[in-house]
Design a protein around this ligand. Structure first.
Ligand code: F3S
Length: 426
């Protein structure tokens, strides 16, 4: 791999051991990927979790956490002190809500480790965003900006909707990028790899958030890790629709970039979006394909629901407000848990607006910082779940072993209030 003089200086260890280890890791990683060089980045999204470390070394304390994190994330055999990070770095989702961790069934020990890690990350210079949707709370890359992000739903939003450039990084490669402000120049950093591969002709217009989730889920299953180009969308979708769409396509198939003709920033000319080549396949998305995606997303058969999860990816303020309006003057049924997830920065606004109060009075929780699939928690004894997120409907049965219904936000709130699933594909 070709390195600049500055990169060689880091690799030689002249700016400290941690940065040397980070550069070694990036060079190894880049060479394995066939990258010829690194590219500068000043936008890293990272996941550092003390709980992951504690599964390997339970003896975690204020005196060794810094060094343990460096060893764990930089693949170093010797202890390394983590220096202050200069690259703009956001810490994304973590394992628990800072206020409702006991409701989530988290142990005091895990909570203590979580606080230690938070403290360490804050002092290391990371922005403690604690959300999987950093673009909702101020990290909005500009078109062409090279980033190093983790979290598949954030990566696909960055690439497709914003025109930023990132691959789906791992915990270690993102930590290394944060330390040296570099990431391997490969994959979606390169123009040619951003060209469309599959053309999707839409015959059944997606209208709701649920519809956009279904479309994404269907496309992901077919194209897997390729780049779909969606044609014939008549109405411009909003943030919530695109957020759900991308998360669905990334979970059913591993899509990291899609284009929507005449809507997303790199899709204004169909020839150019395919780089002058023919699509490898043309797909049709009509009523039958929509039904198929709905069937594939539903894993529950028992209509008695006891857990409703909303906010995957984390809800926008508009989605939180809509949920509150549906809950106003209603009450979540006894023995049913309704947990709604949003970034903490947005919850502060919801608190000020009285929105959180409406949710709380209805017997639901507005939670932040985490989600059930990442934190591996659910309400005690939860048997059957419902969600408006295609991504969570995909993962909940696999990760938490809870059969799940998929539907609209109002279907889900109705289920929370009645304890019965009555949603259907309309
Ligand atoms: Fe976010 Fe968790 Fe969903 S990380 S995208 S709420 S699975």
């Amino acid at each position: 791999m070709k390195l600049t003089d500055e990169e060689k200086t880091i690799l030689d260890g002249r700016v400290g051991l941690a940065r040397q280890k980070a550069m070694e890791l990036l060079v190894r990683y880049g060479e394995a990927l066939g990258a010829e060089r690194l590219v500068q980045t000043n936008n890293v999204c990272i996941s550092i979790t003390g709980l992951a470390i504690s599964r390997i070394n339970s003896d975690i304390s204020t005196t060794n956490i810094n060094s343990l994190i460096a060893q764990f994330y930089l693949d170093s055999e010797v202890p390394v002190e983590m220096p202050r990070i200069k690259t703009h770095t956001c810490r994304l989702i973590r394992e628990m809500d800072p206020e409702y961790w006991q409701v989530q069934g988290i142990s005091p020990k895990a909570h203590e480790i979580n606080l230690l890690t938070e403290n360490m990350c804050g002092h290391a210079g990371m922005q403690l965003m604690h959300t999987c949707a950093p673009y909702l709370v101020g990290n909005v890359p500009v078109m062409g900006e090279h980033c190093a992000w983790i979290e598949s739903s954030a990566v696909i939003y960055c690439n497709s909707v914003l025109g930023g450039r990132t691959n789906t990084e791992g915990m270690e490669s993102a930590a290394a990028a944060a330390l040296v402000g570099r990431t391997p120049y490969w994959g979606y950093h390169i123009d040619e790899n951003r060209r469309g591969t599959h053309l999707v002709e839409v015959e059944r217009q997606p209208e709701s958030v649920m519809d956009w989730g279904l479309l994404g889920y269907y496309i992901g299953e077919i194209v897997q890790e390729n780049v779909p180009v969606i044609n014939n969308i008549r109405n411009v979708p909003n943030i919530a629709r695109l957020k759900h769409h991308g998360a669905a396509a990334a979970s059913s198939g591993g899509v990291e970039l899609y284009h929507i003709m005449n809507i997303t920033p790199e899709a204004h000319n169909i020839k150019r979006v395919f780089g002058g080549k023919k699509p490898v396949e043309t797909l049709k998305y009509g009523p039958e394909e929509r039904k198929q995606a709905y069937r594939n997303l539903t894993s529950a058969t028992d209509d008695t629901v006891d857990f409703v999860m909303l906010g995957c990816p984390h809800y926008t303020l508009e989605e939180v407000t809509n949920a509150a309006m549906l809950l106003e003057n209603k009450r979540v049924r006894d023995n049913v848990s309704l947990w709604i997830f949003t970034p903490k920065a947005l919850k502060i606004v919801a608190d000020q607006e009285g929105i959180t109060d409406i949710i709380t009075k209805a017997g639901a929780y507005l939670m932040t910082d985490t989600c059930p699939c990442i934190g591996r928690f659910s309400p005690k004894g939860a048997r059957i779940a419902a969600t408006d997120s295609a991504k969570h409907a995909h993962y909940m049965p696999a990760i938490l072993n809870i059969p799940t219904w998929f539907g609209s936000q109002s279907d889900c709130i109705e289920a929370a209030v009645t304890g019965k699933w009555q949603g259907e594909l309309k």
